[in-house]
Design a protein around this ligand. Sequence first.
Ligand code: FNR
Length: 368
Amino acid sequence: MSADLFTPLELRGTEIPNRVMVSPMCQYSCEDTDGLPTDWHHTHLASRAVGGAGLVMTEATAVEARGRITPHDLGIWSDAHADALDGITQSIRDQGSVPGIQLAHAGRKASKTRPWEGSEPIPADAEDGWETIAPSADPWPYQDGETATRAMTQDDIDDVIDAFVAAAERARDAGFQVAELHAAHGYLLHEFLSPVTNGRSDDYGGDFEGRTRLLRDVATAVRDVWPEDDPLFVRISATDWLPDRESWTVDDSVRLADRLAPLGVDLIDVSAGGIHPDQQIPSTGPGYQERYARRVRQESAESIAVGTVGGITTAEQADALVRNGRGDLAIVGREHLRDPYFALHAARKLDRMDAEGIEVPVQYDRAF
Ligand code: FNR
């Protein structure tokens, strides 16, 4: 029998009770700009676990302070962060969901104001700003102003790898069961992958081998400290959506998946874009990135698991993509902001309230 949305997904020694994942979504809600989670993070993430999602992924969580997009981003660069996240993972587990953490570094897209403050660059010498780092010294081309960007030295590269490893160790100790490396949307690891942003001539630039080296180094080092039974995901932008210039393509993504699988990466979370404002997005309709996920799943020789994200808003759509083999995991972002109970509602719609792990909290029994 083929899998459906409510068939558990086994990855290594971990069972994700259903195929609905809460997509990582920044909340920009650390009020003290210290990277520590607040009641908002706890409520936001635990609610989606109450809502039945099999895997609840945190927002991009910065592995070092200069890797935050805004001063209000979540971080995991000290033991105090891990201690504060511990209660959140416990609440997610108490609901039968698997807690995941997206480990991130924003690279040249760091040091900005929050979206509701205009996403403006904060200059390095301003009170809340800092100098950003990237493979090359080209800043993100904002319309007004820019955030100074420094090309990373070998020491910076070593520091970033160490920061990902330390973050993974802390995430493990805080009770997360899935770690996802954020290598998409024009942030640091993606900036190394793409020829649009990587102009280096050392071992970390140039051809495919060089440009993928940092991500492969980080994946290898994180896998070393990440528990054997716990899955490691990588989120990629399958394409830069820049067809008119030398850029990262879906073919590159298929090739990358084949390089990551032997390093112990268990699932590729397939997104797209974000490297440059000139990108041409062909569509933002239902399942607009599904075709890239399908290609990575079908064309990679390693037949690595893939997650599909982008424009998934209905139970039927999510179920069909699993049933038709277009993805192993339906990753749902904005629909989870509209409906924290997306998975429970989907189970009811698809007549799968009997599925293992789908449990309406007794407190809510009279409503479902
Ligand atoms: C996002 N997205 C995102 N992606 C990511 O990899 N890390 C992140 O922290 C964030 N933050 C974020 C915040 C908010 C408010 C939104 C709406 C989006 C992208 C998100 O995970 C997802 O890939 C896209 O929203 C597309 O999926 P949906 O929303 O169409 O299901």
